[in-house]
Design a protein around this ligand. Sequence first.
Ligand SMILES: Cc1ncc(COP(=O)(O)O)c(C=O)c1O
Length: 381
Amino acid sequence: MRNVTFGKPIIGDEERSAVLEVLNGSQLVHGPRAKQFESDFSAYVGGGHAMSVASCTAGLHLAYVHLGIGPGDEVLVPAQTHVATAHSVEYTGAKPVFVDVDATTGNIDLDQAAAAITPNTKAICIVHYLGLPVDMDRVNAIARKHDLFVVEDCALAIGGRFKGVHAGLHGDVGAFSFYPVKHITTAEGGMFLTRHAKIAERVTRLKAFGYDKALGERVVPGLYDVDILGYNYRMNEIEAAIGIEQLKRVDGFLQKRAENDRALRQAIADIDEVTPLAAGGGDFEHAHYCLVAILDQSIAGKRYEIINGLRELGVGTSVYYPGPVPHLTYYRDKYDLGRVPFPNAEKISHRSIALSVAPHLDQEDMKYVGETLKRVLGAIK
Ligand SMILES: Cc1ncc(COP(=O)(O)O)c(C=O)c1O
């Protein structure tokens, strides 16, 4: 029996020796590796100012701190996403306003987003859902019309491009995640990206306590002033050293993901009860985080049985994501959202199974997943 695990970081000798080199030296933070990772990252995506941060969540939070939003302000966010998309707004005291998503892509429904704008709306955060880019021309047109700041949650979108331009370079800021099972990893970590030099300058200080002088700029060691409320959101040298090596391999990882995605779509194409979310293509270059298969209504009630059946035959799965964020207890209770419907987010959350296309797997694994899914579906009918 094959063992098709859902996610597995790919760490090689290069990463291991890069980490050892940091540990054998004397600089664990404030060092050259974070700087190099940042310049390598902006070269890879093709522009912008990149700033390494402790996580994607930290990057998103910094975007709102920079904006100066707080109580009384609203930020539009998709209902179908990781809770971090909403939490980063909530940390500031502003209110995340949830918008349903498109049922075929999982991306925010931009008609509904435009309709949800009020005089208090300060920003729109879009998520490139599982790596499929949002139509950023439309997002920017809405933002221009209503004077909104555009935040791109690119947690799963390294390699995703809209009209040839990398995710994170369309809006005002973008934030990426390097959590272990993401496209590349630094264990924990993220990257804040912006096209605007002014935002970069300020966020560089906001992510490091609000120091007016970085370590190397201090005339007398230990002397600095602080004139803004900053955070401790830096990335350390160990993480950055891993990131530098991972970034060298990202194109290979992405190619494998694209091949696996194609093979898996082919392997499940003749299963009538299962429909994958959109494949991307054309202007929408997908980063293929995973393949989310929506179960037909007739078998949706058997989701856990199917997941268990797959697991027993060696196929690991996941769910992206466990519920529309407005229906998770914290948001449901705080904003009384329990009875507010988000039909498409609910469909994706409650009727789907996420199948891996990650680069530790190959096309034979994809065939096996397709055959196993057929076998499990045949058995539960
Ligand atoms: C869409 C999205 N945004 C944000 C995050 C948070 O990323 P991090 O763990 O780097 O803070 C995740 C994590 O999975 C995510 O999927």
